[in-house]
Structure formats: C-alpha cells, structure tokens
Design a protein around this ligand. Structure first.
Ligand code: ZN
Length: 318
C-alpha cells in the first residue's frame, strides 16, 4: 500500500489508488500516503498563516469536494514526494496534477525550495471562520520566503509560473484584488473537472500515445528485456515475475505501433526494432536489435514525455 512501486504503464484513473512512482525523465516523483505533515504554524491561533480569500458561494464544497476545515478529509490526502527534502501533501484527486506542475515548474527553471512549500493544512482563512482551500488539500504554497503575503505583491516567480498553473485551473494568490499571497496556488475546478483533467493528461482519445511508463526511473543495471525465445524478458535472476510482465506491458504501451502485450513476443520485438532504427536515425544512442536495455528504456521515457507535453495543456475552465 505504502510507496508501492508501479512498473506497469500509467493509467491514471483517479478512482484507482494514486500512490506510486512517476517518472518525468528528469528524476521522477513519487506519490505516497499522506505523511501526516502540515505546515508549521507561527501562532497558536489556528487561523493565522493563511492568506487566501474566501469568495462567498465559491467554496470547494460547492464544487464537489466535500467538507473542509474543521472537518478535514485527512483520508483523502496524499503526499507528492518531489525530492528527498521537498514533499507536498494534497488531495489525491489532484496529486498527479500537482506532481506534473511541480515537474514542469522545475524543469522550466524555477526551483522549488525545501522547507518553504506546503500543501494540505487543516485551517481556516486568516481573520475569518471560513475554511482555507488548504483544508481540502486543494492549495499549495510555493517558496514562501521570496513570495510573502502582504498588501503589495512581492514575488520572485517569473510570470510563466502562475500562467502555467492557471492553465491547469489553479488561481494564483499573487493576483488577488486585495491582500497579495504570491506563494499561494489554489485549484478552482470541480472534483469532476479535476478527474477529467488528470485523465486527459495521460489517456488521450487517440489511444495510448499519452501514457508514460511508470516506475521508469531506470532498469536495474545491465538488465534487458527481449524476446521470449531468448528468455530475456526477465530480471537479473532469470525468473519471470509480475514485475517483468508489467515492464513488458509498459514497453508495449510506449513503442509506437506496438500491440499491447505482457509477454515479449516476436511481434513486440519487431516493433521495438523498427522504433529503435527510427530513434537512432533521429540521433538517439540506442541499440537496434529489438532488445530494450537502459538506453532504449530512457529513450522511450523521453518519447512519452514529449507526447504528454505535445498533447497540450488541457484547460478545465473555458
Ligand atoms: Zn496558501
């Protein structure tokens, strides 16, 4: 249950458990059960430390998210592990989205600093008795020191950061009319919209082209996947396993034109070989024998990543 490693393909049906490793080709992210952490409070007043603005009638509860503070749904929280020192806890139905946005934010050049980023917090809005979006796990605070709350906007974020998050349905606290809260991003979509956005990120109508191998942080060193005949679709010890079948399925999902399979058939080998030749002609340093080693695996991960990126940024809001 905890920290389960997925070696199969990504099928982000939000009704499934979302815990697992995800790979963006740049280090990877993991979603685990909520680690129980909440932001530090600098006051005994439970309603201190939050700047988001309550808009009457627009609460997350009315968008299908159920109750927030003080009846916080801790069972719905999951922790997105960005790296060893940076974790964000959010509602499970936006966890893959937050993972993706953190990934894009960092890969585009804005680093997220540990100790300055938080998500879920069971609290109300400062100076009010209205629940904060943090209390639903629908808000995150990013790089709090350089993006403090105050009457004037103070931020070190390039404009593309709030723009990127906005495209996925997150409102930026830096654009509040009154008090500015530049560290703060809150998901403004409904639960139904979140489900559909997360699904659209990885499950394009065109088929499997948007899916990314999960657990693709690399094969064991020296390990290869190849045709059944050579008994190479196996791990180090030569034994067949569910992990092997999942990995083979991920490969078949990723390779253009390949039929989905959990056994490394000669047909899959032919598809891999055809793709490897094209990839090599395109400059990738991969073998061309239809066997998937670490180089080919990583090239497939990069391919999937490009597909996800090319699939566009689905906007949950018109
Ligand atoms: Zn906040």
């Amino acid at each position: 249950m905890t920290d389960q490693k997925h070696t199969g393909d990504v099928e982000l049906d939000p009704s499934d458990e979302v815990e697992g490793e995800y790979d963006d080709g740049a280090g990877g992210f993991t979603i685990v059960e909520w680690d129980g952490s909440q932001p530090p409070e600098d006051s005994v007043d439970a309603c201190q430390g939050e700047g988001d603005i309550f808009e009457g009638g627009a609460t997350a509860a009315k968008r299908g998210w159920g109750p927030g503070w003080p009846h916080c749904q801790t069972a719905m929280m999951r922790t997105v592990v960005v790296n060893d020192t940076l974790k964000l806890s959010v509602h499970r139905d936006i966890a893959p989205l937050v993972w993706l946005l953190c990934s894009r934010t960092e890969s585009k050049g804005y680093a997220l600093r540990s100790g300055q980023c938080w998500g879920f917090a069971c609290r109300c809005i400062r100076n009010s008795d209205e629940p904060s979006n943090h209390s639903w796990g629908l808000a995150v605070d990013l790089n709090s020191l350089a993006n403090p709350m105050g009457s004037t906007l103070v931020t070190d974020m390039p404009s593309w950061v709030p723009q990127l998050w906005k495209e996925f349905g997150f409102r930026w606290g830096g654009s509040y009319q009154g008090r500015k809260d530049a560290m703060h991003f809150e998901y403004m979509g409904s639960k139904v919209e979140a489900t559909s956005v997360v699904k659209s990120l990885v499950d394009k109508p065109a088929g499997r082209s948007g899916r990314m191998p999960r657990g693709a942080s690399g094969l064991p060193p020296g390990h290869v996947y190849g045709p059944d005949a050579g008994n190479r679709a196996s791990w180090h010890d030569g034994s067949e396993s569910a992990q092997t079948a999942n990995a083979v399925e991920a490969i078949s999902n990723a390779v253009p034109g390949a039929a989905r399979t959990r056994r490394y058939t000669v047909e899959l080998q032919a598809s891999v070989k055809a793709w490897q030749r094209a990839a090599k002609a395109d400059g990738s340093d991969v073998r061309t024998d239809g066997v998937v080693d670490d180089d080919t695996w990583q090239a497939l991960v990069r391919l999937c990543r490009r597909r996800v990126r090319a699939s566009g940024v689905p906007s949950p809001r018109p």
